[in-house]
Design a binder for this molecule. Structure first.
Ligand code: NDP
Length: 453
């Protein structure tokens, strides 16, 4: 008999934790997973999945408009938020069931409750203690909201998925992924939407052309963008809220959404007392192969606050389990991670921005094109597409691809394979396009830095 109840105890049933638990159990290890709320974590319950369902819902408005140009007469359309949320909830419950079943089939013991790490090898859940040879912390993150007078009146992305009713007007604070995605969703659903951002552009860290183009497109769709400002205070009124900005501007609204980043879930369950090292933002510090400073304790995903994306957490879980139990040490490669923003129009991007490329290389060629996608020749919609390619002249290597437009995430996912394989511009040029598509523009870009209409 071993001295441990489990070979591995995973805390957190989100994307990274579930993958690690399933894999380890599949390799014959005795595994437990503790989750205090809902299996699937942020992505399944209050993130990627429900967000994408709301994105679909928000696109019908434009589609109904577009249909006219193609000869359709669409009857009067109405939208029912409660029905969308009920259907979304049903789908999320189904997905939770799939996750639970998979864990059960793998032989993972799922323990419901809030876990506490008592020492390097012991976890307590709801009064019961479990000894494990190794512990993985995969507890994710939660919305961060700065302290402002009236903070109690705001909502975060967590609550947005369960609103009792759709507001008529909303102010969204922040200029990152969640702010622009929710702005597009709500605007598409007919909500009078304002973004209030402390910076001078949306989506810090993205290519400047993408940032400028998105702002133009969002404005053109009727979203108000307020830059270089912030909320100073929020007051509840008989109906709605009075909002005062730092520059003295006063506004009224029905809802204020804060999308001002996320905080790692690393406190309150024993890590501090045990001396697990955290960084200044509260993220668990990990060394080689996701090991913390306590050798039997590992951490992965958003709680380590590195690249906070579901597929990255999953890749980290797989890499760790392969290393620990399958003698296959293969690290996650954090270069060229493709990413998407599901705003309207969507963004897909992989590799270096123009600014990053210029920092790394002295000889950069930029290829750009912006055009009206074919559907909009008849749809009457004004939405345009932007594509940008960044090439190192001396090696001919394509080091960055960026797109704003319909299906950009789908297109860039495929392109990311080429970028990771080290494709040169010559390879792109010799690839035959699929006609007529927007994606074919990436293999027909011939002139350096020309922005065509
Ligand atoms: P982001 O880090 O993307 O953006 C946070 C925004 O809030 C920034 O614009 C930031 O401004 C602003 N901000 C931060 N602190 C304050 C403050 N105190 N007062 C006012 N503004 C502030 O975070 P999100 O919350 O949008 O998303 C969290 C993470 O979730 C993302 O980084 C991403 O990793 C992940 N995510 C991924 C998605 C996807 O893959 N499609 C979708 C949604 C989320 P500034 O730029 O000046 O710092």
């Amino acid at each position: 008999m071993t001295q441990y109840d489990y070979d591995l105890f995973v805390i957190g049933g989100g994307s990274g934790g579930v993958r690690a638990a399933n894999m380890a159990a599949g390799l014959g290890k005795r595994v437990a997973l503790a989750e205090q709320r809902h299996i699937g974590g942020t992505c399944v319950n209050v993130g990627c999945v429900p967000k994408k369902l709301l994105v679909y819902a928000s696109q019908f408005h434009d589609q109904f408009e577009a249909a006219k140009g193609f000869g359709w007469t669409v009857g009067q359309s109405t939208f029912n938020w409660s029905s969308l949320i009920a259907n979304k909830n049903q789908e999320i419950t189904r997905l939770q069931g799939v996750y639970n079943k998979r864990l059960q089939q793998s032989g993972v013991n799922v323990i419901t409750g809030s876990a506490k790490v008592l020492n390097a090898n012991t976890v307590e859940v709801e009064g019961s203690s479990y000894r494990a040879e190794r512990i993985i912390i995969a507890t994710g993150g939660r919305p961060f909201v700065p302290d402002i007078p009236g903070k109690e009146h705001i909502v975060t992305s967590n609550e947005m998925f369960f609103l009792g009713q759709l507001p008529k007007r909303i102010i969204i604070v922040g200029g990152g992924y969640i702010a622009v995605e929710f702005a597009s969703i709500l605007n598409g659903l007919g909500v009078d939407t304002t973004i209030c951002h402390r910076g001078d552009k949306l989506l810090q860290g993205f290519d400047e052309d993408i940032r400028d183009f998105l702002a133009e497109e969002m404005t053109q769709k009727g979203i108000s963008l307020l830059f270089n400002t912030d909320i100073e205070a929020i007051e509840k009124m008989a109906s709605g809220f009075a909002v005062r900005l730092i520059d003295g501007v006063k506004m009224t609204t029905d809802l204020v959404l804060y999308a001002t980043g996320r905080t790692p879930n690393s406190s309150g369950f024993g890590l501090e007392a045990l001396g697990v090292e955290l960084d200044d933002d509260g993220a668990i510090k990990v060394y080689d192969d996701y090991q913390t400073n306590i050798p039997s304790i590992y951490a992965l995903g958003d709680v380590t606050n590195r690249v906070n994306l579901t597929p990255v957490a999953i890749a980290e879980g797989m890499a760790l389990i392969n290393k620990l139990y399958a003698q296959q040490p293969q690290s996650v490669d954090y270069e060229n991670i493709p990413t998407a923003v599901f705003c309207q129009p969507t963004i897909g991007t992989v590799g270096l921005t123009e600014a990053q490329a210029k920092e790394k290389h002295s000889d950069i060629d930029i290829y750009k094109t912006s055009f009206t996608p074919m559907q909009n020749a008849l749809s009457g919609l004004d939405e345009k597409t932007l594509m940008k390619m960044i090439v190192v002249r001396s090696t001919n290597q394509v080091v960055g691809l960026h797109m704003v437009g319909t299906d950009a995430p789908e297109i860039i996912q495929g392109m990311a394979v080429a970028i990771r394989a080290g494709a040169t511009k010559a390879i792109f040029d010799s690839t035959i396009g699929i006609h007529p598509t927007a994606a074919e523009e990436f293999v027909t870009l011939r002139e350096v830095s020309v922005l065509s209409e």
